[in-house]
Design a protein around this ligand. Structure first.
Ligand SMILES: NC(=O)c1ccc[n+]([C@@H]2O[C@H](COP(=O)([O-])OP(=O)(O)OC[C@H]3O[C@@H](n4cnc5c(N)ncnc54)[C@H](O)[C@@H]3O)[C@@H](O)[C@H]2O)c1
Length: 377
């Protein structure tokens, strides 16, 4: 019999970059993933759930003794093995934050041990693998929850508001870019057998966001992958998607770019928006009307142009981006409430299957050099 007053106990497998972030977030109850658990402060948000009221960090396990030592230094309980977590009856759920190739075996054994699973992205390396895991979850009567968390980023929420509420009219193109300059990290992310590469690292996030934003899947996909800093795993990618009705989306993940372009551009019939960075600096430019089409020619390099002459000040208005408060811990909270049968799962397994199928279509396009017609079945 489930005791609803008891705090929901989560144990973490893998206490590296992301796992230690989860450990700080859950140990402090703040959801804040940076720094030490004792110093973490609740986000400055009236809406963000206090995780400490509903959950408890049971402990972590990591095969690297240095990571286990770090956890112990934070007052976090350290399990000697993953099997010890699965054998602990006081643990309700496992959060899997190990390298990508381990997600499937770890998820299957956790579900078979009767644990709910919150699994880092990419949840699996193939849609077929994920369907098998979802079947295991069904058999076990447990929740498998993909930690595809980037629909709770403010930059995405801003774009979603502009798109859904048509603040600039009907959107005809969206561009999203994740830009870095460190190449592919030298760890497991540069090895294919461990599920490395930027498509599985960041591609999954931005494809996830676009499927959430549009509420659908693309009709066609073109993808090109680059291998600048290694020969095994993609370190730069470009995806072009076309949706029913004509919306086009361009996605880029770059790891060799020393000059950054905006994080987002949205182009709509009556204006354009840009978000420059993760701090959500940017603007919207709204057109007052299409009547004023003609302009005097201006110099462009060695020639003149009328078509590309800038708009006059009177015909466009610069506006700030919409900003708002939201529950920054909604994914953790929704996971716990779903496991307790009190909520509908926001990030579903079926959604993650769609994302993985799109990734598979991207790989096919990159391999053949052709645009791929996308069909879900
Ligand atoms: N959702 C996000 O925003 C986000 C951000 C970063 C990483 N991630 C995901 O989190 C996962 C981990 O990434 P990371 O950056 O933390 O990698 P990392 O290399 O920093 O950490 C992985 C940890 O797992 C440990 N580990 C390896 N095998 C293990 C095993 N069998 N049992 C227990 N521990 C084991 C390693 O020792 C290491 O400490 C990946 O799937 C990654 O895609 C998600």
């Amino acid at each position: 019999m489930l005791n609803m007053n008891k705090k929901f106990r989560i144990a973490i497998a893998g206490c590296g970059g992301m796992g230690s972030g989860h450990a700080v977030a859950l140990q402090s109850g703040t959801g804040v993933t940076e720094g030490n658990a004792a110093d973490a402060k609740m986000p400055d948000s009236a809406l963000t759930a206090d995780l400490g009221e509903i959950s408890q960090l049971a402990g972590i396990t990591d095969i690297n003794p240095a990571r286990a030592e770090w956890a112990a230094s934070q007052g976090i309980f350290v399990y000697s093995s993953y099997e010890d977590i699965l054998a602990d009856d006081t643990v309700d759920a496992v959060l899997i934050a190990t390298p990508n190739h381990l997600h499937k075996p770890m998820a299957v054994s956790a579900l078979r041990a009767g644990k709910h699973v919150l699994c880092e992205k990419p949840v699996m390396l193939s849609s077929a693998g994920l369907l098998e895991v979802l079947e295991e979850a069904k058999k076990a009567g447990r929740v498998f929850y993909p930690r595809q968390n980037r629909e709770w980023d403010e930059d995405f929420l801003i774009i979603r508001k502009i798109y859904e509420e048509q603040l600039l009219g009907r959107t005809f193109e969206i561009r999203c870019r994740i830009m870095g300059a460190r190449g592919i990290p030298g760890d497991w992310r540069s090895r294919k057998e461990f599920g490395g590469g930027m498509m599985y690292d960041w591609g999954v996030h931005i494809i996830d966001r676009i499927v959430k934003l549009t509420g659908t899947v693309p009709e066609s996909i073109f993808c090109s992958l680059k291998y600048i800093t290694n020969h095994e795993c993609d370190d730069n990618l470009f995806v072009h998607m076309t949706f029913h009705g004509g919306l086009t989306v361009r996605l880029e993940v770059d790891t060799c770019h020393f000059v950054s372009l905006p994080l987002w551009n949205l182009f709509a019939e009556n204006g354009s928006a840009e978000i420059l960075n993760w701090n959500c600096e940017g603007r919207m430019m709204r057109l007052s009307g299409w009547q004023d089409k003609d302009a005097l020619p201006v110099m462009a390099g060695s020639g003149l142009t009328k078509t590309m002459a800038p708009r006059t000040r009177e015909t466009v208005t610069e506006l700030p981006l919409p900003r708002f408060d939201f529950d920054r811990n909604e994914l953790y909270r929704n996971f716990i409430e779903t496991c307790r049968g009190k909520a509908e799962q926001i990030v579903t397994g079926e959604h993650a299957v769609r994302v993985l199928k799109i990734i598979e279509a991207c790989f096919e396009s990159a391999r053949t050099g052709e645009t791929v017609k996308f069909r879900e079945s």
